[in-house]
Design a binder for this molecule. Structure first.
Ligand SMILES: [Mg+2]
Length: 281
């Protein structure tokens, strides 16, 4: 489907954005991790949160007027280790695993698919071990097949055809699902559960009352799964795409890079606090 919505550069529209930020006392800030808070690295194990962003996020985590959540395709174990901030919400494996204040959830259906995933993982490892640069990541409740570092075109084609051959019988019987991200294939349990539906569920059932009613919802992300979130939140919050504005995306605003995300996060924090200082009651 083509998309004709033009995204606006956030910093060119900062007054409009500020008016939105200041109109509500509470903020729900939900953000993707890879490519949003950190630049995408050649190998996912190399991604690390900069200390500067971590410090800003820590301030958010301690602020009663802000509810912070990290929404990622990574496993819960890994994202908690990478972000390393307690008492915030982690939505991992695209919503299959959740952990945060008052919540700990692992999809039952996803758990059932673990043996199939393990089988697929072993077969992929074996079939692709001669491919230079390939990385098959076992995320417990899903598998990521990263081919960013695969240089030869023929190798990439081989990876794709091998993946399809191995997964097809399971996809046909709806025992697994397959999706794509930036130079990565995601092999997942067949759950109708993604970042967008998880956020809808959180809005309806999870956030404390003072947040679920009348907070400003901000969502930041850079990849396909985030675009689904942007679509589902249209008109309901502030959506910010991170990356090349020519890419198809349905966010309202864009910034160019995780570096600009940092600037925005600093700005947001200052805005929220200036407002409070001006209204001392
Ligand atoms: Mg991302």
């Amino acid at each position: 489907m083509t998309n004709t919505v033009m995204m606006k550069y956030l910093f060119e529209n900062i007054q409009t954005v500020d008016a939105l930020l200041n109109a509500r006392e509470k903020t729900i800030l939900l953000t993707d991790f890879d490519g949003t808070l950190t630049p995408i690295r050649k190998h996912p194990d190399l991604a690390a949160l900069s200390e500067e962003i971590r410090q800003i996020l820590i301030k958010y985590s301690q602020d009663k007027a802000i509810f912070l959540g990290i929404i990622t395709g990574r496993s819960l174990k890994q994202i908690k280790k990478l972000v390393n901030i307690p008492e915030i919400l982690y939505v991992a494996n695209h919503g299959i695993e959740l952990e945060g204040p008052g919540i700990h959830y692992v999809s039952k259906e996803a758990r059932k698919a673990r043996y199939i995933l393990w089988h697929i993982y072993m077969r992929l490892l074996k079939s692709l071990r001669h491919i230079k640069g390939i990385y098959v990541e076992d995320k417990g409740l899903s598998i990521s097949l990263h081919y960013r570092a695969v240089k030869k075109k023929g190798d990439i084609e081989f990876v794709t055809s091998t993946l399809h051959a191995i997964t097809k019988p399971f996809l046909d019987r709806k025992m697994l699902s397959l999706s794509t991200g930036k130079m990565v294939y995601e092999i997942r349990p067949p759950v109708e559960w993604n970042k967008a539906s998880t956020i809808q569920w959180l809005l309806a059932h999870y956030f404390p009352e003072e947040f679920s009613e009348g907070a400003l919802l901000i969502y930041l992300g850079d990849d396909k799964a985030d675009i689904e979130v942007f679509e589902s939140l249209r008109g309901k919050g502030l959506t910010i795409f991170v990356g090349n504005p020519l890419d198809t995306s349905t966010a309202e605003y864009y910034v160019h890079s995780p570096e600009e995300v940092k600037v925005f996060l600093e700005h947001l924090y200052e805005q929220k606090h200036e407002v409070h200082n001006e209204c001392p009651q």
